[in-house]
Design a protein around this ligand. Structure first.
Ligand code: IMP
Ligand code: MG
Length: 177
């Protein structure tokens, strides 16, 4: 696949992604037995993952969304985080599970952790489909991780390149020339 003169190859197939999500959903269902967590999807990237994850759960759940921005249309984080859409749900006293597509520097989730904790939830955990190896600039507290990947830019399954390619079922990485 070619985008803007970059060539992409499959890193994680649709089948592999879905099989791993089922394992994660089973683990979360066990951990939250008899609870009703609120899954907070981080827009836009996490929507496909969140939609597939919650359909594989065997516990009741609610959903909410937030939108933050740290990247603009660049492929490297600006490090500056802005809140674009805040929580709608009342998080006080609730079990919160933040759903991310990918953790790179970790700046986004550490910002979210501080913000959520100030709202006094009963508990807060973080789930990310992908985490980039050796990339975190801050100590990470991820509770559920789908796949650890190399420090390469990836697209598909919610992940974008200048807002495009989110609608692919598989995840692709830039092909080395
Ligand atoms: P962090 O704050 O550096 O951990 O950045 C996390 C956010 O950056 C993710 O939620 C994604 O939206 C975006 N991001 C990081 N790496 C990639 C990538 O390889 N492809 C697409 N988006 C990415
Ligand atoms: Mg994101």
């Amino acid at each position: 696949m070619k985008v803007d003169d970059l060539e992409f190859e499959v890193l994680l197939s649709e089948a592999k992604i879905q099989a791993r999500i089922k394992e994660m959903a089973d683990e979360i269902s066990r951990d939250y037995k008899d609870k009703t967590p609120i899954f907070v999807g981080v827009l836009n990237g996490a929507i496909l993952f969140l939609a597939d994850l919650i359909r594989k759960l065997s516990v009741e759940c609610e959903i909410d969304f937030i939108k933050i921005s740290s990247y603009g249309d660049e492929r490297v984080s600006s490090g500056q985080i802005t809140m674009i859409k805040d929580f709608s749900a009342d998080l006080h006293g609730r079990d919160i599970i933040v759903v991310e597509d990918i953790v790179d520097s970790g700046l986004s989730i550490s910002y979210l952790k501080r913000r959520i904790e100030s709202m006094k939830p009963a508990s807060v955990k973080f789930v990310s489909l992908l985490v980039k190896k050796d990339c975190a600039k801050v100590p990470l507290t991820l509770d559920y991780v789908g796949f650890e990947i190399e420090n390469k830019f990836v697209i598909g399954y919610g992940l974008d390149l200048a807002q495009k390619k989110r609608n692919l079922g598989a995840i692709y990485q830039i092909k080395e020339q």
